[in-house]
Design a binder for this molecule. Structure first.
Ligand code: PXL
Length: 289
């Protein structure tokens, strides 16, 4: 019997305060009618973006035993979804997880979290980029931001300025393995006051672009929000451009709902205020390029 509720193995850290990683993944997937099965890679008091002295328990040594238990139970997943991973060992654990739980009707979604705004996060170096490339090869869908795409492709060029560039970057990332590539946070493509999301679906050989208004704010956790909504939308039957539209429209609404308050950006967007809007009808805003 087909499962009444799709099931996702969510391999991310759990950061108690600040919104992002598992707190975001669980809320988004559950609201979209999907069962999130968290496999926490680490537990932190807060995320690392803007908080000092955060407390951190690394669960790398414990995860294999948890995975063994899931295998004993013969749990099958409709998607395997990983995000922030703290070390080479954690990347290897995800690769092993995919090998053991992979089935034909399933999506493997990897958000290759490495950096933002042109830089790698402080805790990462170029060796981590090389390790992430190995994981990306195992994915069906990847969602790097512009910075991550640049590092994965080892590009000197810092942005994507036209359709020709966009198609080249997307195809090059897809040639690593994933049949769907989505690049987020592309600034200055065509119009200065917009940011764009670019996407490629290899089987259909189609390219997509979605623009959204640029808001001068930098809330951590919006990358997790974007990919979680994309996973939820695709698993509930949206096409790729509609899934991207849903993510982009929801995030702009969440940012707008937050921006008017004088709150520290490091606490993330007011997700709980807008969560119920995840399932409202959306307007198509994507263009084929
Ligand atoms: O949102 C990505 C992310 C996830 N987990 C932790 C982080 C970050 C980004 O900074 O610090 C712990």
């Amino acid at each position: 019997m087909q499962k009444p509720v799709p099931r996702v193995a969510a391999i991310h850290d759990l950061s108690g305060f600040g919104r992002g990683s598992l707190t975001t993944v669980i809320q988004v997937l559950a609201t979209m009618g999907i069962q999130p099965c968290p496999l926490p890679t680490a537990v932190l008091s807060t995320h690392t973006g803007g908080f000092e002295h955060y407390r951190f328990v690394d669960l790398t040594d414990k995860i294999p035993d948890f995975i063994d238990h899931w295998e004993e139970l013969e749990i099958d997943f409709d998607a395997i979804y990983s995000g922030f991973l703290g070390s080479k060992n954690q990347i290897e654990i995800v690769i092993d997880f995919i090998k053991r739980f992979k089935n034909k009707k399933q999506y493997v979604i990897i958000d290759p979290v490495l950096g933002d705004n042109g830089n790698l996060y402080d805790i990462f170096d170029t060796e981590m980029v090389d390790n992430m490339k190995k994981l990306v090869k195992k994915a069906d869908i990847i969602t790097p931001n512009l910075t991550e795409a640049q590092f994965l492709l080892n590009k000197k060029q810092k942005s994507i300025e036209n359709d020709e560039d966009a198609k080249m970057w997307l195809k090059q990332l897809s040639s690593f393995g994933p049949s769907i590539v989505v690049i987020t946070s592309v600034l200055g493509y065509n119009k200065k006051e917009k940011t764009s999301v670019l996407a490629y679906h290899r089987q259909d050989n189609r390219f997509w672009k979605v623009d959204c208004d640029y808001i001068p704010a930098n809330f951590p956790g919006t990358g997790d929000l974007f990919t979680s909504i994309l996973v939820g939308s695709i698993l509930t039957g949206d096409s790729l451009p509609m899934a991207i539209d849903r993510s982009v429209q929801f995030i702009s609404m969440a940012v707008r709902a937050t921006y008017g308050y004088d709150l520290p950006e490091r606490e993330g967007v007011l997700l709980e205020r807008v969560l119920a809007n995840l399932n409202i009808p959306i307007t198509g805003n994507s263009y084929e390029i």
